[in-house]
Design a protein around this ligand. Structure first.
Ligand code: HEM
Length: 480
């Protein structure tokens, strides 16, 4: 095999991102990621890195070993990369691994006790009440609204000059917010969309940033500077949601027909066991949760996918051909089913850049995981980012290769080695929603445009709550 090395993708600022070509001119593309450390960070280095870009903490051992356990000022922490142990944590013995205090402390000030941050019986009742909003049938019913949001985005981009550089991470954030707006509150947010988007980004940036005081487990009464800055955004959100709900209640009270969107469904939602609806507090918490959990995650997955396709002409061509056929034949509700190649590309994109890069859980009772006993009070970390690039689980893990996810190969992937949406009872409730939205977006965007990374721009993944491209994703957008 003849290897060719393109320096513009390689070893930039400590990142590795390599492009090779073999004898059959097949491109072997290894997109940028921080090079794993040789040795673990010390205390202050760890604090600094966890605050600024947590995916830079991982060492070579994390990508080689199935379990690493250690104790420090942050308490006992185990990083788990063994699919059987992942299954135990998220499915078989999930009751022993509730969401840990640190994660709840970071998320609850902004999200309240919505589905993502509720625990125990509160969570169970809420999940039962909200499940009907996300059944495959209900999600398919949202397809036309999603498509309308995608078509608006395409039209807005088309109005711009051919060949103009656009930050595609911002465009995708606008798109996914518009899709949520049309499915959540079809009568509108009553706010300027850009203002709304800025608020979500600011929220995830400040409120969702790990604070050293949280990491050290210091009590809540000590003020967190970052979170204080986020408070204004949180209040803005609360007021926005209150206004939307009031407007909808007034519409329902007036006897006029209300749209069948998520807001109406939430107002009607009931726990089938107790017959109880959502309390006012639960209603707000879940609206804010859906916006925050569903917006940047989906936007980032799409942005990374556009970037990866821009580096891989073969896969781009396959997606374009598939999209043209899928859009021309059949209903928008079933479009995603007609796009197995796009699905494989999206899955590979979320393997390399999982929007939720770290999942953590507390430990109630001691248990053996992958041959090591985790004690009560420890925190177990399962990082989709590490798991998805683990050397024992994937062939050439850093390489972009959607073939892994084509229908004929998909079965051979261990269910608990690939978890971009989590697993078990707390699996992402919006998974089908996101996959459908991303398929529609990819079909329309690749049919309308070609995207090329702005020359000279260095791509670097940065983890906040989601895995974003640092400095956005500036791309030259050419009309097709
Ligand atoms: C590509 C897009 C998305 C990704 C990668 C993603 C990822 C995840 C992950 C990993 C979890 C599990 C967290 C854990 O176990 O600690 C989760 C939970 C959740 N997601 Fe998503 N998500 C996406 C889109 C969405 C969308 C579109 C919505 C809503 C419209 C949504 C709403 C939620 C909610 C409410 C939960 C909490 C579920 C529960 O605990 O019962 N997500 N998501």
């Amino acid at each position: 095999m003849i290897w060719r090395h393109r320096p513009d993708h390689a070893s930039l600022n400590g990142l590795h991102g390599l492009l090779f070509m073999n004898a059959t001119a097949e491109i072997l593309f290894r997109p940028p990621a921080p090079a794993p450390r040789k040795k673990p960070l010390g205390f202050f280095g760890m604090l600094h890195t966890l605050r600024n870009n947590p995916i830079e903490i991982w060492t070579e051992d994390h990508f080689r070993k199935t379990v690493l356990i250690g104790s420090s000022a942050f308490g006992v922490r185990a990083v788990i990369n063994d699919p059987a142990a992942v299954k135990r944590i998220f499915l078989d013995n999930a009751a022993n691994y509730p969401k840990d205090e640190l994660q709840l402390r970071v998320l609850r000030p902004g999200l309240g006790r919505g589905l993502l941050t509720a625990e125990g019986e509160d969570w169970r009742a809420m999940r039962r009440a909200l499940a009907p909003l996300f059944t495959p049938r209900q999600v398919a019913a949202f397809a036309p609204a999603m498509d309308a949001a995608v078509c608006d985005c395409v039209e807005n981009i088309r109005k711009k000059r051919d060949g103009r550089v656009l930050d595609m991470s911002q465009e995708m954030a606008r798109l996914t917010l518009a899709a949520l707006e049309r499915t959540l509150f079809s009568t509108g947010l009553g706010r300027n969309a850009d203002e709304f988007q800025r608020a979500v980004t600011a929220f995830l940036d400040t409120a969702g940033r790990l604070d050293p005081l949280d990491l050290l487990g210091l009590p809540d009464f000590l003020p967190r500077i970052g979170r204080m800055r986020g408070r204004k955004t949180i209040e803005w959100f609360a007021q926005t949601v209150r206004d939307i709900v009031e407007t909808r209640r007034a519409l329902i009270a007036s006897g006029k027909p209300a749209p069948r969107d998520i807001l109406s469904l939430l107002l009607e939602a009931q726990d089938p066991e107790s017959g109880k609806g959502l309390s006012e507090e639960d209603l707000y918490a879940n609206i804010i949760t859906f916006i925050n959990a569903g917006h940047e995650t989906t936007a980032n997955a799409l942005t990374w996918t556009l970037y990866l396709l821009s580096q891989s002409p073969q896969w781009l061509e396959r997606v374009e051909t598939e999209a043209a056929e899928a859009l021309a034949n059949g209903a928008i509700e079933t479009l995603a089913d007609r796009m197995p190649v796009a699905k494989a590309v999206l899955e590979e994109s979320m393997r390399l850049y999982p929007p939720a890069a770290i999942l953590t859980r507390g430990v109630l009772k001691a248990e053996e995981l992958a041959g090591v006993t985790v004690p009560p009070g420890a925190i177990v970390t399962v990082s989709p980012y590490v798991l998805h690039r683990h050397q024992t689980l994937w062939r050439d893990p850093d390489r972009f290769d959607p073939t892994r996810f084509l229908p004929e190969n998909r079965e051979s992937i261990d269910r608990f080695a690939y978890i971009p949406f989590g697993a078990g009872p707390r699996i992402c409730i919006g998974m089908g929603f996101a996959m459908q939205e991303m398929s529609i977006a990819l079909a329309r965007l690749t049919s309308a445009f070609r995207f090329e990374l702005q020359p000279g721009h260095t791509v670097k993944p940065m983890q906040r709550i989601t895995l974003r491209p640092l400095g956005g994703m500036p791309m030259i957008v050419r009309h097709r």
